[in-house]
Ligand binder design. Structure first.
Ligand code: ZN
Ligand code: ZN
Length: 237
């Protein structure tokens, strides 16, 4: 894990992460703007994204759904990339900034916004899959969560088929209460035992301590996302 405390270095690392991508890219930034008067250094950034597209890397942008606080439309700004086949997912109230390829992830305060690189104090942390596999997977899981909240995310299979298959898969066998680890029947939609549910139902959504499927410790679980990353992958892919 590496801490980065300089906007220009963070910016350079994002560029590198894009250049080194081989399979996929997630560029997550609520605010995106490549233009600034009398400045051309974002051109390099744009070139590196274009190179990734040429190399058949799957490029995914996740940005903020325009709202009363933020009216600029990322669709407009990213048009040239979308035309070349990049995906854009818009998530309401997005404030996270994450840049991720298949081997590295950078979590930072820096938007894909040149003004911030030049003017703002920014910080970031870089995690590599090789050295921190658990953390890396947790971040991937978080990105999946974000995607599922976007207004236009569709899994590759037809949505109804996936749902049907999942409902069957997600309600059979044995599982664990995500709060007290008591053995209960596995049901992705009811991951708590009767007692825990009744005790905590006012704390919506109820946060868990264990994976509902395998019972491993996992503090990222909650009522809606009751699975650890491994079980999630096994069930959904
Ligand atoms: Zn329980
Ligand atoms: Zn699990």
């Amino acid at each position: 894990m590496k801490i980065l405390t300089n906007s220009n270095i963070i910016y350079g690392q994002i560029e590198k992460l894009i250049e080194n991508s081989k399979e996929f890219l997630y560029l997550i930034s609520p605010y995106i703007d490549f233009e600034i008067k009398n400045h051309d250094s974002y051109q390099k950034f744009i070139n590196s994204i274009n190179l990734a597209i040429q190399n058949k890397v799957e490029v995914n942008f996740i940005s903020r759904l325009p709202d009363s606080r933020y009216k600029r439309n990322p669709e407009e700004i990213l048009k040239p990339f979308i035309h070349k086949g990049c995906n854009l997912y818009l998530v309401p109230n997005l404030h996270s900034k994450i840049y991720c390829n298949e081997s590295k992830v950078l979590i930072t305060s820096l938007n894909m916004y040149l003004y911030s690189v030049i003017n703002n104090e920014e910080v970031g942390v870089k995690v590599s899959k090789k050295n921190q596999p658990k953390e890396f997977e947790n971040i991937r899981y978080y990105i999946e969560k974000l995607l599922s909240k976007s207004n236009n995310y569709k899994p590759k299979e037809k949505i109804e088929e996936v749902e049907k298959k999942l409902t069957e898969e997600l309600t059979k066998g044995k599982g664990f209460c995500i709060l007290c680890l008591k053995e209960i029947s596995f049901n992705k939609f009811k991951p708590l035992c009767y007692d825990c549910y009744n005790e905590f139902k006012s704390f919506f959504p109820i946060h868990g301590k264990y994976c509902h499927k395998c019972g491993e410790k996992d503090y990222n679980t909650d009522q809606h996302y009751p699975l650890c990353y491994n079980c999630y992958r096994k069930l959904y892919y």
